[in-house]
Design a protein around this ligand. Structure first.
Ligand SMILES: [Zn+2]
Length: 215
């Protein structure tokens, strides 16, 4: 059998012992499957294997509705006609159907998507990643303008944070997001995970800066 599948099956066995324990009728998953999902938070994270939102927050199944894509980007609203809008459709489902109370965008240090953006290749290459990363082009321009003399790693860190701000702004282009904020006080939060230091930073909108969270 395929080695990766064997490894996954061993993990699934431990998962099953934890969540399908007791009698099947009373198990954690029986309740989840009969009641249905009711997550209170939508998390938008990067596909990077080191930044799994559920693992990072020690969340239980059913707790988080998760979108993961390259560089945890939120595109601006576009017409539903034409194109395939995976991220936008999942945001719509979380806000309109699940009525989540919070949206958390989770950025992170050492983001490969941001590194590609800062390399400048995204304008010339015809890869899907390059096309996708153009959502964050304004973040690149901002960093080059404000921190043009900084080394590449520092610029990338600034760009990771700037693109997170952009995604927060792009969320506001969706009418159903604006409405949920206004009518039912849905929270929109930006968090940055420093995976080198093991720290979380929260974006503070009034000051326009990130501040480290006391853990
Ligand atoms: Zn990333």
């Amino acid at each position: 059998m395929n080695k990766a599948l064997v490894r996954l099956m061993a993990g699934f066995r431990r998962f099953r012992e934890k969540y399908f324990q007791d009698s099947l009728e009373n198990s954690f998953y029986r309740r989840l499957s009969s009641i249905g999902q009711n997550p209170r938070t939508l998390m938008i994270g990067c596909s990077d294997s080191r930044v799994d939102p559920a693992i990072l927050t020690d969340a239980a199944p059913g707790e988080l509705f998760v979108i993961r894509n390259v560089a945890n980007l939120v595109p601006p609203r576009e017409s539903t006609a034409g194109g395939f809008h995976g991220t936008s459709s999942a945001i719509e489902f979380a806000v309109v159907n699940l009525k989540v109370e919070n949206i958390i965008i989770l950025g992170h240090r050492q983001c490969g998507g941001i590194r590609a953006l800062m390399s400048g290749d995204t304008k010339t290459s015809d890869s899907y990643v390059s096309q996708w990363m153009q959502i964050a082009e304004k973040a690149r321009e901002h960093v080059l303008c404000e921190h043009g003399d900084a080394d590449n790693e520092t610029q990338c860190r600034f760009a990771e944070m700037e693109s997170l701000k952009l995604s927060l702004q792009n969320l506001q282009t969706f009418p159903f997001v604006r409405e949920a904020i206004q009518t039912r006080q849905m929270n929109v939060i930006g968090v940055y995970f420093d995976l080198e230091e093991g720290q979380l930073w929260e974006y503070d909108e009034p000051s326009g800066e990130f501040r480290q969270l006391e853990l």
